[in-house]
Design a protein. Structure first.
Length: 154
């Protein structure tokens, strides 16, 4: 029987007791946004709870897909045989910036994770990771969602 240990990043913007992982996830996102002159995101417990639920489902079912009919933007990350840190996860998503050309607003390959991080109208995130069987599934939800076709992220 598979036992999944779920870690939810519960960080409110005004909460004094911050978990190191939650702090790192929010800081990593905000560092990417700062590089393009965007204001920082704030943490949403509601989005984190939904991310936790979806990460748990994906780990339990051994799947890797976005939530059906999502109300939020969503980034996913999976790793097997090792553990990732929030900084590594966000760095992987942000590395897609090399494939995005702002002037033409064209993505050469995969850019959606990066553009969701830097979507200017996004204000809140909530993330979670499900761990078990030497596998991790990371989920971040974004509100309001980004990646609208034909629109620039910032």
């Amino acid at each position: 029987m598979r036992i999944a240990r779920i870690i939810s990043f519960l960080l409110a913007a005004t909460c004094a007791a911050q978990t190191p992982i939650a702090t790192d996830m929010l800081a990593a996102h905000n560092a990417v946004r700062a590089r393009v002159g965007l204001p920082p995101l704030t943490w949403s417990d509601k989005l984190a709870q939904r991310a936790e639920a979806w990460a748990d489902i994906l780990l339990t079912r051994n799947r890797f897909s976005h939530s059906p009919k999502p109300s939020y933007g969503q980034n996913l990350f999976a790793i097997a045989g090792a553990a990732a840190s929030p900084a590594q996860v966000v760095r992987e998503w942000a590395s897609e910036s090399r494939d995005y050309d702002y002037d033409s607003n064209i993505c050469r390959y995969v850019c959606g994770h990066y553009t969701q991080i830097v979507w200017a109208s996004t204000k809140e995130i909530g993330c979670a990771v499900a761990r078990g069987d030497r596998r991790e599934i990371w989920v971040c939800n974004y509100d309001p969602p980004g990646n609208w076709i034909g629109k620039r992220p910032y």
